[in-house]
Design a protein around this ligand. Structure first.
Ligand SMILES: Cc1ncc(COP(=O)(O)O)c(C=O)c1O
Length: 429
């Protein structure tokens, strides 16, 4: 048989499975390595799924008219007038992002760090990846000066960067690029003729939307921005696999949509009929959907801020989270003390956290960050407890003070403190 070559499985999914195995073996772990918004399923979503069960035909590749119109309405309500003919739905935004990478020529520019799937997808699409450092204040978007310089260097070296992927709000940093930065990057994308893919899957769970202005690149450079979104994060139904993409309104946008639909027709055919029923209902945003989004954004914000505080109190630098459920601490200020404990890079930092304290995180090296940096991503959304506790957390005035969450936060603080303390591993918790 001819040898096959393959990339390792996505590190967050692999770590999630490791955690399941170790927990089954009796280990007590604090799982911060998987960005799943685990919350009780809204009963209305289950009802829609049951209603949709009769939708057993394939249907159009881009999605049925009703669901495309609902997603177009969702974007239009967010200030981006959208025709239903500019929408494609698919089984999660991940395959839509892959189809985009397959459909756009040239190489890819990514913020550094970035969500761990963009780079492997680029490799599968035969593209080179050029990482561009993020500014000190926010992630999900490269530093403009560094982006300009990277494009120059890439072209001098024979690269052909044409696609810029942005994440607003960001996974892994949990931050949101401010409007002025979005304008600056869009101007640069125009000058350099880049297509922007704006991954806005966390848009509806900005923690405090009143106080946090959101500007989409599609507002500023509509002719060159594709927006992707989905229901995995905002409604906690990642396993149902519902995603959508919005294409530019002009002729070139239509051609790109056609190319993505062609790729979809060879990859997944169409979003499952019952899921189209769910998507049509959820993207229309009846009051119970809006209420759930608001409640979950509040909960994610409260717990992400608590974890941020713990990281900073432990001596790390960390950008304050603004959306989603992530923080991205940098333990550089403690490098000397960490080195004394054998921690010299993000891999050894993540290893030490799991071995000594049962804290599972995703090292920055798995997100395209410099391996020698002392950074990791902590996903905070699995700290809400079992289903009953999640419900309680959704309604609590101060979720981080609930006993089951506060106790885990204390263990986290203790684990971070143990990193630089003599004497090493925990005793049984
Ligand atoms: C930034 C980002 N984009 C896209 C996705 C993919 O989500 P889905 O394929 O479930 O829509 C994720 C999930 O972790 C994510 O964090």
């Amino acid at each position: 048989m001819t040898a096959v070559t393959f990339a390792p499985p996505s590190p967050n999914l692999a770590l999630n499975q490791l955690v399941d195995r170790r927990r089954a073996g009796g280990d007590s772990l604090i799982h911060l390595a998987f960005g799943e918004a685990r919350l009780p399923l809204l009963p209305q979503l289950a009802e829609q799924l049951a209603i949709g069960a009769t939708r057993s035909a394939y249907g159009p590749v881009a999605g049925a008219d009703g669901v495309r119109a609902a997603v177009a309405g969702y974007f239009t309500r967010r200030g981006l007038p959208t025709g239903a003919d500019r929408i494609v739905v698919g089984p999660g935004s991940k395959p839509l992002l892959m189809a985009l990478q397959l459909s756009v020529p040239g190489d890819v520019l990514l913020p550094q760090p970035a969500w761990n799937t963009y780079a492997p997808q680029a490799a599968y699409a035969g593209k080179k990846v050029f990482g561009v450092p993020i500014p000190r204040e926010y992630g999900g978007m490269p530093d403009p000066g560094a982006l300009r310089e990277t494009i120059r260097r890439a072209r001098r070296g024979g690269g052909d960067p044409r696609l810029l992927v942005l994440t607003l709000p960001d996974n892994p940093t949990g931050t949101l690029a401010p409007p002025a930065a979005v304008r600056e990057i869009c101007a640069l994308a125009r000058a350099e003729d880049l297509l922007i893919v704006s991954d806005e899957i966390y848009r509806d769970i900005v923690h405090d939307p009143e106080a946090t202005p959101f500007l989409s690149p599609a507002d500023v450079a509509p002719e060159r921005t594709v927006v992707t979104t989905g229901l995995s994060k905002t409604l906690g139904i990642g396993g149902w696999r519902i995603g959508a993409a919005r294409f530019p309104p002009d002729e070139a946008g239509g051609l790109l949509l056609d190319a993505v639909v062609a790729a979809a027709s060879e990859l997944w055919s169409t979003l499952a009929g019952p899921m189209q029923q769910v998507a049509e209902y959820a993207f229309a945003e009846p009051p119970e959907i809006l209420a759930r989004k608001r409640a979950s954004a509040r909960l994610h914000g409260a717990v992400a801020r608590a974890v941020h505080r713990i990281a900073v109190e432990a001596g790390a630098e960390c950008r304050p989270p603004a959306g989603g459920f992530y923080v991205y601490p940098d333990f550089e200020p403690l490098r000397g003390r960490l080195a004394a404990h054998g921690v010299t890079d993000s891999a050894s930092l993540a290893e030490r956290l799991i071995d000594d304290s049962g804290i599972v995180v995703l090292g920055g090296h798995l997100l395209g960050d410099r391996p020698e940096a002392l950074r990791f991503k902590a996903a905070t959304s699995l700290l809400y407890g079992d289903e009953q506790q999640q419900q309680q957390a959704l309604q609590a005035a101060d979720p981080a003070a609930l006993p089951h969450i506060a106790e885990t936060l204390d263990s986290l603080a203790e684990g971070f403190a143990r990193l630089t303390r003599r004497g090493g591993a925990r005793t049984a918790r």
